[in-house]
Design a protein around this ligand. Structure first.
Ligand code: GLN
Ligand code: ZN
Length: 788
């Protein structure tokens, strides 16, 4: 029910009437668009496979927007965003709006419609193109949105790039909302963030030089929005939370002058989020905007200095409700921020909001009927967060609901004191960790000799990264097992059969170090989370990762402990089928942390250490069970890097310690592997070396071994498996291609340190291509062995 009506019913004067001057405005920066049941994913994929028409897809989108606007209204949000909706990605929408369409898509200049937009996102002419009429064009690159797990489509820039109004989306959505009775606040990605997050491959070309060409289109957009009746426009410049070079900083004032001049009647809100403003604060305050939004969940420590300096003509929007996590807001803490601001600025010059767009959290707790009732009380998803924003604004201007504050504090205290969360034995063990726990007993050179004689592997040993094809058969049996249609015994014997087939296949194709295939795993984090204490899984806690792809991150709510071995049965079963070494496969502590919603009542490093100790136990159990090689995957190590470089050292220190705690409890003879992918290694190569894994496999084939450069320059001391097969693409490289990649590696690294493997796990590939590609890979390794 509408909170404001509720207050009328209770006879409490509404902030809107009695205390106009005391009312603190609420707003939202963006709402998840996927729908509480992933309706958007279903509709989009149905359109892609031809079972839904374009019109039907568009009306599915319109229906979601209507629901979401209404829901925000009912939650008491005063300024509701529009243009936060997207059928694929908001950066791609910006590229279309600005008419920045890569030339290979042969855009005719007419307003960009969804089929073209999807082609840019997914490639055309191949599987991504429904019409079949287009000449093949590769998709635009996709990359992570700041330090979130959301991926955006990277804008492409050239010297010749020009801009023009290329789509009508923000105008259409504004008018659509207005017709429904909502005067929304359109959201645009700001011109500097748009340029900054794009890429150019032209040497010596600076994309910032495009700003002058870009601004007139922004000006036109603002003019049009003003003409349609918009009062506020939100301009997102999250790059203000990054270390900006002087020329980027210097570009802000003139850019915003231009925006301001375009539509003097519009109120501009500059939205920053994901971190402190630090050296960009003075800059932000100089910009001719009406409101500045700051993220207080991440920038709380600079709040006082911001308050002291916020200019008189600027309204401060306080992002107190965490848009990146799922915990209930602590009203006492937030009210302290709001009270300080109210005293300094007065209610009329402040707003209350989530810290950033709610895109990064699940839609609603409403559909979590079967969730543990105690834990449910501690959580707030997007919908609940909107109510928090409203309640906070009411509390902060003194006409709040005392019960709301009371209930909130009961929930906060219940979590703080819960025995479900706090396990003294876990905390004791974690605080007793000594430096020896994160160090192998002997140095690498000693271990290396012992491992050589224990394992007796050939030169250029071949292996894979862990998973083998998760065929529709595997996925459907798992689904039926989870539903209860397949018994546990049948499920296990099915998986054993798949594992045995996989081991046989690897022996036949000629791999040296085998894996069990990971058929029992749905996901590399979920599988471990399900076996560890302290993790919770939601039924519907989906978050958009990219396009129609959503992930359901586990919630780490309490001290982490491993009640029993998690992988030993599978690894020993697989080892029993072969004489060759069977590699044990684990997900590392940082990746588990990074791909979960993490508790916010203790530092992340403490949670990482607890997970590390659990993985360490598993590593030792595997060793005891006779597994001689154990791989601990850390594909997410790099993505955990803080946005500001000066914060890197602290993070790298505790994250590498966590990895080493998990890896260091074994004998010299036991070989520890790690695996990393999707990343540049240059700036963290010293940390990677400090992990001291005996072998690291990395993704390098797409960059044709360029990424290996960091290891060479650093003189990386341990063994390396540079990927020779880009498993993200259905294309199967020839043996000759793989051999020439390996030759590149041989030219720069000692032959006795090289492994041969694909770029990453094979779970998304099909058996036919895996069979051929691994055959080629083995042939390439053998050919090289013959040369040395
Ligand atoms: N072992 C995992 C697999 O093969 C690694 C996946 C990853 O690096 N993302 O699937
Ligand atoms: Zn990988």
């Amino acid at each position: 029910m509408n909170k404001k009506t509720m207050r009328y019913e209770n006879g409490v004067p509404s902030a809107n009437t009695a205390d106009v001057d005391k009312n603190i405005m609420t707003h939202n920066l963006g709402f998840p668009r996927i729908g509480e049941r992933r309706e958007l994913k279903r509709a989009t994929e149905a359109f892609w496979n031809g079972s839904l028409s374009l019109d039907e897809l568009k009306s599915a989108g319109a229906e979601l927007r209507r629901q979401h606007w209404l829901l925000q209204k009912q939650s008491g949000i005063d300024l509701i965003p529009s243009n936060d909706f997207s059928f694929y990605d908001q950066m791609l929408d910006m590229s279309c709006l600005l008419g920045n369409i890569p030339a290979r898509f042969a855009w005719d200049g007419a307003a960009v419609d969804l089929p073209l937009l999807f082609q840019i996102a997914r490639g055309s002419g191949g599987a991504g193109c429904a019409c079949g009429a287009h000449t093949p064009a590769v998709a635009s690159e996709m990359t992570k949105w700041f330090d979130t797990n959301y991926h955006y489509i990277v804008p492409e820039f050239h010297r010749a790039t020009t801009f023009q109004l290329g789509a009508m989306k923000p105008f259409d959505e504004f008018s659509e909302a207005l017709a429904l009775g909502f005067r929304t606040k359109p959201v645009l990605i700001g011109p500097l963030t748009y340029l900054y997050l794009g890429k150019s491959h032209e040497v010596g070309f600076d994309r910032l030089s495009l700003l002058d060409r870009l601004l007139p289109v922004y000006e036109e957009i603002l003019r049009r929005l003003a003409g349609l009746g918009a009062e506020w426009v939100q301009i997102d410049e999250p790059v203000l939370a990054l270390d900006l070079a002087a020329d980027w900083q210097a570009a802000f004032p003139a850019a915003f002058q231009a925006l301001r001049g375009a539509a003097p009647s519009l109120k501009l809100m500059l939205a920053t989020y994901f971190g402190e403003l630090r050296d960009n604060a003075a800059l932000a305050f100089r910009l001719p905007v009406d409101a500045l939004h700051i993220d207080l969940t991440r920038g709380g420590s600079e709040f006082d200095s911001i308050l002291d300096r916020v200019p008189e003509n600027i309204t401060l929007s306080l992002g107190v409700v965490d848009g990146r996590n799922i915990w209930k807001n602590d009203f006492e803490l937030s009210c302290a921020f709001l009270e300080k601001a109210r005293q300094k600025l007065g209610a009329a010059r402040m707003m209350v909001a989530p810290s950033c767009s709610l895109l990064h959290c699940p839609v609603s707790l409403r559909n979590e009927e079967s969730m543990d009732a105690e834990i449910r009380e501690w959580l707030a998803f997007a919908e609940e967060k909107l109510s928090e924003v409203t309640e906070l604004s009411q509390l902060a201007c003194g006409n709040g609901n005392a019960m709301a504050l009371h209930d909130n504090q009961v929930a906060i205290r219940s979590r703080l004191g819960s025995a479900r969360v706090h396990r003294p034995e876990v905390k004791r063990r974690s605080s007793a960790v000594t430096p020896d726990d994160s160090r192998r007993a002997s140095s690498y050179s000693v271990r290396r000799e012992k491992q050589r004689s224990a394992l007796r592997l050939p030169l250029f040993p071949t292996t894979t990264i862990g998973s083998f094809p998760q065929t529709s058969e595997v996925r459907s049996v798992r689904r039926r097992f989870k539903k209860g249609d397949v018994s546990e015994a049948d499920y296990i014997s099915f998986l054993k059969e798949k594992t045995a087939e996989c081991v046989r296949f690897q022996e036949e194709v000629g791999l040296d170090v085998l894996v069990h295939g990971e058929f029992e795993r749905n996901d590399m984090v979920e599988y471990f989370g399900e076996s560890l204490d302290g993790f919770l899984f939601t039924a519907n806690g989906w978050v958009q990762s990219y396009g129609s792809r959503c992930v359901k991150p586990p919630v780490i709510f309490g001290d982490v402990q491993r009640p029993r071995a998690m992988t030993v049965d599978w690894s020993t079963y697989a080892q029993s089928l072969t004489e060759r070494p069977m590699k044990g496969m684990l997900t590392g502590p940082i990746t588990i942390l990074q791909w979960s919603f993490v508790r916010d009542d203790q530092p992340r490093r403490e949670t990482a250490r607890q997970i590390a100790l659990a993985i360490r136990d598993e590593v030792q159990d595997l060793e005891r069970a006779g597994i001689r090689i154990i791989q601990i995957d850390e594909p997410a190590l790099r993505e955990g890097l803080p946005l500001r470089r000066s914060d890197w050292a602290v993070y790298l220190d505790w994250s590498s310690e966590a990895f080493r705690i998990s890896a260091s409890g074994v004998r010299d003879e036991t070989q520890i592997h790690t695996h990393m992918c999707y990343c540049e290694f240059n700036d963290i190569i010293d940390t990677i070396a400090a992990l001291d894994a005996d072998v690291i496999s990395i993704e390098t084939s797409r960059s044709s071994m360029e990424l290996l450069g960091a290891f060479v320059t650093f003189d990386y001391p341990n063994e390396i498996g540079p990927g020779v097969w880009d498993i993200h693409s259905p294309r199967v490289p020839s043996a000759e291609e793989m051999r020439s990649l390996l030759r590149k590696a041989v030219a720069v690294l000692p032959v006795d340190k090289l492994w041969v493997n694909p770029d990453c796990g094979l779970k998304t590939r099909g058996w036919p291509e895996v069979t051929i590609a691994l055959g080629h890979m083995i042939a390439a390794a053998r050919a090289l062995r013959a040369e040395f």
